[in-house]
Design a protein around this ligand. Structure first.
Ligand SMILES: Nc1ncnc2c1ncn2[C@@H]1O[C@H](COP(=O)(O)OP(=O)(O)OP(=O)(O)O)[C@@H](O)[C@H]1O
Length: 321
């Protein structure tokens, strides 16, 4: 895997070896290893209840692991929790925003918690409210904010302490498409400023858009890890789909094309393909020479959805890893 051949000159922001956590009989994290280079975006992807939040809580020292070790920003999560906390910011499902006070007051409170001198606190607050487009709403109670504004305030509050590593636990869950794209832009800007982002998400598109590396968490284990492109290559699934309306044409095509998957009810044929121009051309040539005309032709290349479903669909017990 590329993580093992990572240039040693890139320092690791987060490393974990054999992290374990159970609640009662339920094993939530079953020996997790992570190596996240500084300045990169790492996405931990998994279905509901996979253990993503548990991983964030352990790495941000909110809860203790049952076993294994991890270093965050060079500090051991068990022995140097204060060092870890000083280097990180956490936002997400356990938001720090207080709805009863204004956005600005929330920011100033954060500045106090970080022991910033009053003037410096005001300067940082004004700068971040501006950067996150919250100036107009700054004097309104945070309870009146939309979901997107609240998330922006949450991240702005996290940045008061200038963290080098930020944990974003499902940062866009429940946001509308525009707010989601705004949030992605904010995350990209954080990374271009050198921050390392550890992101959890259920959205494949989000991981595809933002992450340098993606790990798919399933049944307490990392089922696969790599860039979006590497993960897509892991699974087959590319195909060309031909749809017919005339049953006789469909039958003629089905009986003469090899390696097809038939759907006799929908009158469609699926031909395995890597989606390349060469394969598409040879299929079209063949259809032409056989005098077969499909009513619709679509090319399907595997996407992260395919990877996700292939890796997280529960298998019968004896075939699981
Ligand atoms: N304090 C707790 N006590 C008992 N079980 C817990 C506790 N916290 C989490 N769990 C269980 O651990 C599992 C993983 O939970 P976790 O919140 O980490 O999942 P997740 O991947 O973040 O899910 P989601 O996408 O729904 O937030 C779930 O089955 C959950 O019910």
């Amino acid at each position: 895997m590329p993580s093992s051949v990572m240039p040693t000159s890139i320092p690791s922001a987060i490393t974990a070896n054999g992290l374990r956590k159970s609640y009662g009989d339920k094993v939530v994290l079953d020996s997790i290893d992570l190596h996240i280079p500084a300045g990169s975006v790492f996405a931990l992807l998994g279905p509901n209840g996979a253990g993503k939040t548990t991983a964030v809580k352990i790495l941000s020292t909110l809860i203790a692991a049952d076993g294994g070790q991890a270093q965050v920003a060079g500090h051991d999560i068990a022995g140097e929790a204060q060092g870890v906390r000083g280097a990180i910011g956490v936002t997400g499902q356990f938001s720090a925003v207080d709805g009863l006070i204004t956005g600005e007051e929330n920011m100033l409170l954060m500045a106090d918690l970080h022991h910033l001198p009053r003037r410096e606190g005001r300067r940082v607050t004004a700068e971040l409210l501006e950067r996150f487009d919250l100036v107009d709403a700054a004097r309104k109670p945070a309870s009146t904010y939309s979901g997107g504004m609240r998330r922006r305030l949450d991240i702005a509050m996290t940045l008061v302490g200038s963290p080098r590593i930020i944990f974003l636990d499902e940062p866009t869950t429940g946001l509308d498409p525009r707010s989601r794209h705004n949030m992605w832009q904010i995350i990209r800007e954080l990374v271009s400023g050198g921050v390392t982002v550890f992101l959890t998400t259920q959205y494949l598109e989000e991981a595809d858009e933002l992450a340098d590396r993606i790990a798919v968490l399933s049944d307490g284990k990392i089922a696969a890890e790599g860039s979006a492109e590497e993960l897509k290559r892991l699974i087959p699934g590319g195909h060309i789909r031909l749809r017919f309306t005339d049953p006789a044409t469909y039958q003629a095509a089905a009986s003469s094309l090899r390696e097809t998957t038939r759907d006799d009810d929908a009158l469609t044929l699926q031909i395995p393909s890597d989606g390349s121009q060469r394969e598409l051309r040879s299929l079209l040539d063949w259809l032409d020479s056989a005098g077969i005309e499909a009513d619709e032709l679509t090319v399907h290349t595997p996407d992260l959805d395919d990877v996700f479903f292939a890796l997280t669909t529960r298998q019968p017990k004896e075939t699981t890893r």
